[in-house]
Design a protein around this ligand. Sequence first.
Ligand code: GAL
Length: 418
Amino acid sequence: MRSYLKTTAIALALTTAAGSAQADAHGGVEVLHWWTSGGEAAALNVLKEDLEGQGIGWTDMPVAGGGGEQAMTVLRARVTAGNAPTAVQGLGFDIIDWAKQGSLADLNAVAAAEGWDDVIPAALQQFAKVDGKWVSAPVNVHSTNWVWANKAVLEANGIAEPTSWEEFTAALEKLKAAGVTPIAHGGQAWQDATVFDGVAMSVLGPDGYKAAFIDLDEEVLGGGAMKEAFDRMAVIRDNVDENFSGRDWNLATAMVINGEAGFQMMGDWAKGEFLNAGKVPGQDFLCFRFPGTAEQVTFNADQFMMFDQGGSVSDEQAALATAILSPSFQSAFNVVKGSVPARTDVSDAAFDDCGKKGMADLAAAASSGNLFGSMAHGHANPASVKNAIYDVVTAHFNGEYDSETAVAELVDAVSIAK
Ligand code: GAL
């Protein structure tokens, strides 16, 4: 599967050389991204239309695959071929890596003119500004420690919003007894890791999460609380349907939307799918933090890295960056995407209840020291460490390791990768 995806991705990369030349010839932008689900595409359209309204052409370069692993494979092939796209969706440490390799254009002039230093939160600046140079434009702030629930399914089974692990497992039991799939999940490494973000935070607490995934402290990675986190992952594994393997995240969301499943643990891009299906928060679906993580936020922020096209930042790249950070775009886009603004000065008036909660949670977590980069989405460590953790989490989820073995493997894998 993996090698098939890679081959397809690279074949795609090679056939897009023509697309890029076309973008240049027309003075537009070529944008590489992985926003291909219904909700994601609807959000991306807001940006596309904004630019087209300014007369800037858009060459779309979508590479399907949640979490962006396939998109990053295509990107590497394009850069190696000397044919980098104009703008590329990127996450956390990947952005820093590209900047350190000297591949990204300098956006300091745009950032200064638009006052980015004052309005973009520090947590995002650490991934957008490298060695004093702005290299990418933050689009949003997502977070991973959310649960999405079908309200009617919960009500029909006498389930209130669970606030602890015990209440959550009791709810899973009820759903199972009623013949409903308790948890909609797609067995892909990044999705397993996304679930693990919330589960680990709930067991380890904020200090333990930071020690394990950001500081890579071997004692915490290999400790008793980590074993407990894996035990909880095994409980979750017992509550997914038998066809979970390889399923795309948005198809798992659809199971909750359709009432086939009760819950999904997924970042708030899942909300984009509910909205795209015409569902209303509080009425059709519920959003709440993974039980035991009410105060914490494990964030990932999508950004558009501007690849150096030879010379200084192009007018189109500057226009794209300016459009992305404009307050009106930040509101319009994030309302549709499920994320919250990448600026601190945008009103929550246009956001639904989940969006308002997302904005309030982010601000509260930032000021109480409870805001952490998501391990699953490349905001805790570079890709080598992230992938090492993915491998262990997925092997355990698929029953290859018991919890004790998983903990030992985690310590080993991280120490080799770091
Ligand atoms: C994340 C990205 C989100 C969403 C998700 C699923 O990595 O930050 O914007 O697109 O993948 O594709």
